[in-house]
Design a protein around this ligand. Structure first.
Ligand code: C5P
Length: 252
């Protein structure tokens, strides 16, 4: 089901042409593998990271991850794993040998699960970072109450982020509004990965709480996950390079 030997347009990636500490991860939220490779060809050089989510991983599988890595990209595999410790560990073991730079799981799976996942990641995905998602941004205070969690969303985010870091997770996926409070309470080596980024003048789509690339970087985000502002742009290369130039200026 996963294997595909289709040929794709060749993309050549040149790395690190921007002097900024904040990396952009292009979310490959497109309808096909062919479309993903075509977008990458349009964006061209300078992009280092791409995000493969459940939609494309279930459709295109490990073979797609290998193709991206062979082309020169670092892959952020956003599977948001959430199960009992043994099952999550075995799932990570199944990814063994795949060229993955970052992998996500839910902090709500608990400390035992996160510790087991961190250990399996170190053993089977050498060099990969394990990241935790705290509270899904689709859940507000009422949504949390429905599942038995009283109180403000921010409190749950901070508690789960600390639990994740104490369970040897390497980084946290957080909303733009959470960068500042998390930066304050987490060790500086904890990576913060932030979606909900919109360069000024672009559509917010359905994202409600957005920040510009420079603002998110200034608050302490290490990686920005960006999809539609690049994917839907009439000129994806210009959109991407505009964001990188903004980040470079903000770092000076
Ligand atoms: O197109 P856009 O830039 O909004 O894409 C953001 C990416 O980050 C998408 O892949 C989306 O699934 C993901 N994401 C998000 N908000 C979250 C968590 C993940 O937008 N809270």
């Amino acid at each position: 089901m996963f294997a595909s030997n289709k040929r794709h347009r060749k993309v050549h990636v040149s790395m690190s042409s921007y002097a900024t500490n904040t990396e952009v991860i292009l979310a490959l939220d497109v309808e096909s593998r062919q479309k993903a490779m075509a977008v990458l060809a349009e964006v061209g050089s300078g992009l280092k990271w791409v995000k493969v989510g459940l939609q494309s991983f279930l459709r295109d599988g490990p073979d797609f991850v290998r193709e991206l890595a062979d082309t020169g990209y670092d892959v952020f595999l956003d599977l948001k794993l959430h199960d009992i410790p043994n099952t999550v560990s075995k799932a990570i073991e199944s990814l063994s040998g795949l060229p993955i730079g970052m992998l996500t799981m839910h902090a709500c799976a608990g400390s035992e699960c996160m510790k087991a996942a961190a250990e399996t990641t170190r053993k089977h995905l050498t060099g990969a970072k394990l990241l935790a998602v705290t509270v899904l941004t689709s859940l507000n205070k009422d949504g949390l109450r429905e599942i038995g969690l009283e109180g403000a969303v921010a409190g749950h985010v901070e508690r789960l982020a600390k639990l994740a870091v104490n369970s040897e997770v390497d980084g946290i996926v957080c909303s733009p509004l959470e960068i500042e409070p998390l930066r304050r309470i987490l060790p500086k080596e904890t990576a913060l990965i932030t979606p909900g980024i919109r360069p000024s003048g672009t559509s917010k789509d359905e994202q409600k709480r957005v920040l510009s690339p420079a603002d998110a970087s200034g608050l302490g985000a290490d990686y920005l996950v960006i999809g539609r502002p690049i994917l839907n742009s009439p000129d994806p290369a210009e959109a991407f390079h505009g964001i990188m130039a903004e980040l470079e200026d903000a770092d000076i």
